[in-house]
Design a protein around this ligand. Structure first.
Ligand SMILES: Nc1ncnc2c1ncn2[C@@H]1O[C@H](COP(=O)(O)OP(=O)(O)O)[C@@H](O)[C@H]1O
Ligand SMILES: [Mg+2]
Length: 255
């Protein structure tokens, strides 16, 4: 079985400090992998390397069997990998639907540019995007809010909108960076149900960075714990939770 994602020896330094240190990491199709560890462990930087936002100083990345080292985010999206981004401020005034439509335009940018001089094709593409955007909004239970400006959503609803923007890319690997952080408990539960459903019914593979240990325990079939830029432990939740090094570095603090 070809892993969805394979990182080998990824390393990133910022002005002499090694923030991600020789990290190897794989994700099999259909898995939900939890990535956790103390603040400053290098989790977000690892996501930036996996999603092409940062280029590694060393190491390789393979996505769906294709060498993806040093590819920019839009090329990784075409290979099937996307990550959530915090909603950009300037999009606050656009409606929820427009935010989702825009995610598709960014992703199909080239083909749409090609269609610019063919108005009928453009109209058709726009209609297809709008239909797909409405399907995605329905999936994340935001249909009733499609005309509201994004700024009017609650924190948790904004996270659902970020996820909706990811889903527009029709990627099969989705990286979520602290999607439950600062979200009201009932919406955290809704997000967890949605992730499980996207995994089981839509075949999506997830890597989720999360501090909320209950969220990880509930969702992840495999857990990777990072500390000081390195992988400290990996395996089932119970396996890593019982690892003395993990208990010492992190889970011990949370318990
Ligand atoms: N662009 C950057 N320039 C310099 N240092 C950075 C940069 N991004 C992150 N760091 C540092 O790298 C370390 C890991 O950060 P980060 O990947 O955000 O950790 P985590 O997501 O696990 O909390 C931290 O010490 C942080 O200060
Ligand atoms: Mg982080």
């Amino acid at each position: 079985m070809t892993p969805r994602l394979m990182a080998d020896g990824l390393t990133k330094r910022f002005s002499g400090t090694t923030v991600v240190d020789n990290v190897s990491f794989y994700v099999d199709p259909g898995q939900i992998v939890g990535l956790t560890g103390p603040n400053g462990a290098g989790k977000t930087t690892l996501f930036n390397l996996l999603s092409g936002v940062l280029k590694p100083d060393a190491g390789t990345l393979t996505v769906n069997g294709v060498d993806a080292t040093n590819l920019p985010p839009y090329r990784l999206a075409r290979l099937g990998l996307v990550r959530t981004f915090q909603l950009a401020r300037e999009l606050d005034r656009l409606s929820v639907l427009e935010n989702v439509q825009l995610a598709a335009r960014n992703n199909v940018g080239e083909s749409l540019t090609g269609a610019l001089f063919r108005p009928a094709a453009t109209r058709q593409a726009e209609q297809a995007i709008t239909q797909r955007a409405r399907e995605v909004l329905s999936l994340v239970s935001l249909s009733a809010h499609e005309s509201k400006p994004a700024a009017a959503l609650s924190g948790g609803q904004k996270k659902l909108l970020e996820l909706a923007r990811c889903l527009m890319a029709e990627a099969d690997i989705i990286l979520l960076d602290e999607i439950a952080a600062g979200v009201a408990p009932h919406l955290v539960e809704e997000i967890a149900v949605l992730i499980r459903r996207l995994n089981r019914e839509h075949g999506k593979t997830f890597v989720i960075i999360e501090h909320n240990i209950g969220f990880i325990r509930n969702l992840a079939s495999r857990v990777v714990v990072m500390a000081s830029g390195k992988v400290l432990a990996e395996g089932s939740f119970d396996h890593v939770a019982a690892d003395p090094a993990v208990v010492a570095s992190y889970l011990g603090q949370a318990a």
